[in-house]
Design a binder for this molecule. Structure first.
Ligand SMILES: [Zn+2]
Length: 148
């Protein structure tokens, strides 16, 4: 098991190394897209019969429905694994940036998005010290605290 600290920044200063990192990230992301499209096209094909008529999941046998749901689950897991990977920022989706890990969300943020979240969190923390909070405000505060 990989142990990950609560906050960890991966900063690469060398332009040459940044280019290598970005190229590797893009290769992996392209492989992800290829695999995602295969899975997506396969479960989508279940929705059309051999004569081109549109089908509903109500038309599926239990075995076909299980395979259909398994494919959708694989697609969802694949998407989630990319969203939470070090390959790209979970907030803006950019793949050419230095990143910071936020353990509370098990996700990587680019340094710009992380900085904005942190700045906002600091401003909210000051404002909330002054008064009572609603449930929504408490949820936002809990989110913000993960960036402090
Ligand atoms: Zn970002």
């Amino acid at each position: 098991m990989i142990y990950m600290r609560d906050k960890r920044a991966i900063i690469i200063k060398s332009p040459k190394l940044q280019k290598i990192r970005n190229n590797l990230r893009n290769l992996i992301i392209q492989a992800y897209h290829t695999q995602w499209k295969e899975i997506h096209d396969k479960w989508r094909s279940f929705l059309v019969d051999s004569e081109g008529r549109r089908l509903s999941i109500r038309d599926f046998s239990p075995d076909v429905l299980e395979e259909f749901r398994d494919l959708q689950e694989k697609e969802s897991q694949l998407s989630d694994s990319l969203d939470r990977s070090i390959l790209m920022c979970v907030a803006c989706g950019k793949a050419d940036r230095d990143v910071v890990y936020n353990k509370a969300y098990d996700a990587w943020y680019c340094t710009e998005c992380y900085g904005l979240e942190r700045l906002t969190a600091l401003e909210r923390a000051k404002a909330w010290k002054k008064g009572a909070k609603s449930c929504e405000e408490q949820a936002i505060e809990d989110h913000s605290k993960t960036f402090l």
